[in-house]
Design a protein around this ligand. Structure first.
Ligand code: ZN
Length: 233
């Protein structure tokens, strides 16, 4: 009886749809997991760039410190020379040189102070980022754990459905099954058998001529849509 065969095909199609959905969800999971991790990655990236900026600043800070030290030593030397000078003119010139160095040193010190403040700000920022990313990471990891469990259960379901499918296929005639498989493989949506809706094929929405509709209703032969070649019922 063809009625029985069609019923089996409809059941098989239902099962194949479920298998398709499960398979797609499982296959998409690595990408989904990556997307879930994205906010954490993004925070870590921000932190890395702050650290890089801080490193640059610290090098510049070190340079300023050395510069101050250098100026201090020069001033010290000049101060010593003050005791040895013999003329007023020389004395005045040395004093002015010392004043000049002190002014420059003070400028560098101001600069250094700004750098130290900025360094402190970087530390503060990094602290905030670090606690934020830790919290976010825990949150995301928890969600991923839940997702992992769902995927594991889907894998079990998939195995069960595959076994059930084998059993169902064994009950369908080889010829009908191979037609079903041929059509299914050629369709993006994986639909090989679909119901008529009035006089339209629900697979492609195209009008089905009356003589074919009658044949579908008679259930004596397997009828395929003239447009999409899906089996109609
Ligand atoms: Zn069609």
């Amino acid at each position: 009886m063809l009625t029985k065969e069609i019923e089996r095909l409809v059941e098989l199609q239902k099962l194949d749809n479920e298998i398709k959905t499960l398979t797609e969800t499982i296959n998409n999971y690595p990408l989904k997991k990556k997307q879930m991790m994205q906010p954490v990655e993004s925070l870590l990236k921000d932190m890395t760039s702050i650290k890089k900026e801080q490193k640059k600043l610290q090098i510049s800070r070190k340079e300023k410190e050395l510069e101050i030290q250098e100026k201090e030593e020069k001033i010290k030397k000049l101060l010593k020379r003050l005791d040895e000078v013999k003329t007023n003119k020389e004395y005045a010139s040395l004093l002015s040189e010392i004043e000049d160095l002190k002014k420059k040193k003070s400028d560098v010190e101001d600069n250094l102070l700004l750098l130290m403040e900025k360094d402190e700000q970087f530390n503060e920022q990094l602290k905030n980022y670090s606690s934020k990313s830790e919290k976010l990471k825990l949150d995301v990891e928890e969600k991923i754990q839940e997702e992992n469990k769902k995927i594991e259960s889907m894998q079990v379901q998939l195995k069960e459905k595959a076994a059930l499918r084998e059993k169902m296929v064994s009950e369908i005639s080889r010829e009908i099954y191979s037609l079903y498989e041929k059509i299914r493989a050629s369709k993006k949506d994986g639909i090989a058998i679909c119901p008529l809706e009035g006089e339209s094929c629900t697979g492609c929405s195209v009008f089905v001529p009356t003589y074919l509709v009658e044949k579908v209703k008679a259930k004596k032969t397997l009828v395929q849509c003239e447009n999409c070649s899906r089996i109609l019922y």
